[in-house]
Ligand binder design. Structure first.
Ligand code: 13P
Length: 260
């Protein structure tokens, strides 16, 4: 069955009160829809507990925006995968370009992925080329290399899922998304590379998403592409009307596909 996944990355934009309101909005947007997209909301750490209460027993899942790569220890200010598990997170973003820009390395990202799996949390690994790489025509190579080194030493077992978010750095927060055609081409590249890295991973356990300047006006053009497994949404996901419109659109696309 086709699945479309929508992940709201609320970054450091909203606190608990607004996060709760957005989560309620997501629930309302799904109400009455026949085909439900998989919605994941990623509030800031302090808002996780409040949002968890709102989405309990619903079709909306809880995600975190980051995790530390070590299991535990004297790491002031950091949050471990075990702590996220305790908070009820079932997803966690890793390797977001905004974190890589702060010095996060591929090796750390790979350790984070393994830590998350050890605690039953699905990683959403973010990859994407810079503008300079795009201009040099090496986008595919850059993304492939990033996948390879961000997943070194990672093993994926049994029922584990893997989400890869293709987020071209030049498209994040700029108002200029990739074209759906470019996104589709990169999704194919990503699927191929993951197939080589993890030959045992069933395609139904791999979700490839697009992120970067998605809003309510352009989401549909991506969602309707069968290769696009969903969207990772930043700025538009903290605007209730935009976020709920995108959720409703994803539900409609799924409804259309179910009749196709
Ligand atoms: P924008 O949707 O604001 O471009 O951000 C994308 C992003 O970084 C999601 O993780």
């Amino acid at each position: 069955m086709t699945n479309k996944m929508l992940i709201g990355n609320w970054k450091m934009e909203v606190g608990s009160r607004e996060s709760v309101a957005l989560a309620r909005g997501a629930l309302l947007a799904l109400r009455g829809k026949k085909q439900l997209p998989e919605v994941v909301v990623c509030p800031s750490f302090p808002a996780l507990a409040d949002v968890r209460k709102v989405i309990a027993r619903s079709h909306v899942s809880l995600g975190a925006q980051n995790v530390h790569h070590e299991e535990k220890g004297a790491f002031t200010g950091e949050v471990s995968a075990r702590m996220l598990e305790e908070q009820g997170a079932s997803f966690c973003l890793v390797g977001h370009s905004e974190r890589r820009a702060m010095g996060e390395t591929d090796a750390q990202v790979a350790k984070k992925v393994s830590e998350l799996y050890a605690h039953g949390i699905t990683p959403v690994l973010c990859v994407g080329e810079t503008l300079a790489q795009r201009k040099s025509g090496i986008s595919s190579q850059a993304v492939t290399n990033q996948l390879q080194s961000s997943l070194t030493g990672v093993s994926i077992r049994g029922r584990d899922r893997l989400c890869i978010a293709y987020e071209p750095i030049w498209a994040i927060g700029t108002g200029t998304p990739a074209s759906p055609q470019d996104a589709v081409a990169m999704h194919d590249t990503i699927r191929q590379r993951i197939g080589i890295l993890f030959p045992g991973l069933a395609s139904s356990r791999l979700q490839v998403l697009y992120g970067g300047s998605i809003d309510a006006t352009n989401a549909y053009r991506f969602l309707r592409e069968p290769e696009v497994g969903g969207l990772l949404i930043g700025g538009a996901s903290v605007h209730l009307s935009q976020f709920t419109k995108i959720i409703a659109e994803a539900a409609d696309v799924l409804e259309g596909l179910s009749h196709a």
